[in-house]
Design a protein around this ligand. Structure first.
Ligand code: FNR
Length: 357
């Protein structure tokens, strides 16, 4: 269908599902175990209702905000999600262009399928902000090299992901039949050895059958080299000592850790369970936000709080804002939008929210 006919994110997802390979679909859409946390991320939004007030001046409302001081046309950003090229040849560049054209911020995944330089080069203007999602390599010098690279390219913040140091058990992804070669190619890309974006050609059924082995899907390949010994006491001060960029912790999943993150002096907290792709039965992100609001409202005055997981409607965004979030991220919808319609799909995704431009 033409893009003008697409009315919501579900339709966009349906189009992407029809267009992309079954492996790409499995990788993008899957979540851990029985996918309960992924389902509940979205369902949690259905359990909160508004207390709508009327007779308030509305003609001058403005949904724009700042995230870590960077302007954003609406309180929404693209969460870092890996391997956009699985869905579209331009991959992450589609998201960069779409975000630039709508003045929102993109968080770029450590495991992007274009190089960080190619993504920076896709910016619509040189001052378009980009946040960098960091998977910290267990080899400190390699982690540092990655940080220096994105600093030099003008990335504006580090989102350190802390909820993915072991591979989530995503059975649909494993069942999709990733071969040893696929997984090696992904792992090599992640270590910067492979030629970025060149995933292996699609195999014939017979080749597939012959090389199919018991692998852990893509998740295993992507986290193989990450630091499993990160702590509040060591990792945050280390990060602070090596970079001046703002630091956000992505993957806070309970009130206690939100408080520890504040004590560690981070610039922002991102409530996220990785779209239900890591620990199954992690609490839906919106529930965590609600608990922080109830139990530790002081957190909101000390740091910015963001959330992702299951945000699909404008009302979802507003609910998170009402509970104290500064902005929300979306993961899969950006992958689907760019897979289905390239950069124009990404622009459309942002414009769904009826903002007058
Ligand atoms: C992700 N996510 C993710 N997070 C991260 O910190 N680094 C990464 O490389 C990835 N990669 C990734 C790939 C795919 C295919 C998905 C779906 C997700 C998690 C992502 O940033 C975000 O937390 C979730 O996607 C949010 O949930 P929704 O919006 O997809 O429901």
């Amino acid at each position: 269908p033409p893009l003008s006919r697409i009315l919501d994110l579900q339709e966009m997802e349906n189009v992407a599902h029809k267009l992309i390979s079954s492996k790409a679909w499995a990788y993008y859409s899957s979540a851990s175990d029985d996918e309960i946390t992924n389902i509940e991320n979205a369902r949690a939004f259905t359990r909160f209702f508004f207390n709508p007030r009327v007779m308030r001046r509305l003609s001058n409302t403005n949904p724009s905000t700042t995230i870590l001081g960077f302007k954003s046309r609406i309180p929404v950003f693209a969460s870092g999600a890996a391997l956009a090229k699985l869905g579209h040849p331009r991959g992450e560049a589609n998201i960069t262009e779409g975000c630039g054209r709508t003045s929102i911020v993109q968080m770029v995944s450590s495991n992007a399928s274009l190089s960080y330089a190619e993504i920076a080069a896709a910016r619509v203007s040189p001052d378009q902000p980009l946040f960098f999602q960091l998977y910290k390599h267990k080899d400190q010098s390699l982690a540092l090299k990655r940080i220096r690279e994105v600093e030099a390219l003008g990335y504006n913040a580090i989102f350190l992901t802390v909820d993915a140091i072991v591979a989530g058990n995503r059975e649909r992804d494993v069942r999709a039949g990733w071969t040893e070669e696929d997984v090696e190619a992904i792992a090599e890309e992640q270590q910067g050895k492979g030629k970025k974006g060149e995933l292996p050609r699609k195999k014939t059924d017979m080749e597939e059958l012959e090389s199919a082995i018991d692998v852990k899907g893509t998740a295993g390949a992507l986290v193989a080299n990450d630091d499993r010994d990160m702590t509040w006491e060591e990792t945050i001060p280390w990060l602070r000592s090596v970079t001046k960029l703002p630091i956000v912790i992505k993957g806070v999943q309970c009130v206690e850790d939100a408080v520890l993150a504040v004590e560690a002096g981070v610039d922002g907290i991102m409530l996220s369970n990785h779209g239900g792709r890591q620990l199954e039965y992690a609490m839906p992100s919106l529930e965590v936000l609600y608990r922080i609001r109830k139990q530790r409202p002081d957190v909101f005055s000390k740091t910015e709080v963001y959330l992702d997981g299951g945000v699909r409607r404008g009302t979802d965004v507003v609910k998170a804002l009402c509970l104290g979030a500064t902005a929300v991220g979306l993961g899969r919808p950006f992958l689907y939008a760019q897979s289905a319609y390239g950069a124009a799909g990404v622009v459309k995704l942002i414009r769904f929210w009826n903002v007058r431009w």
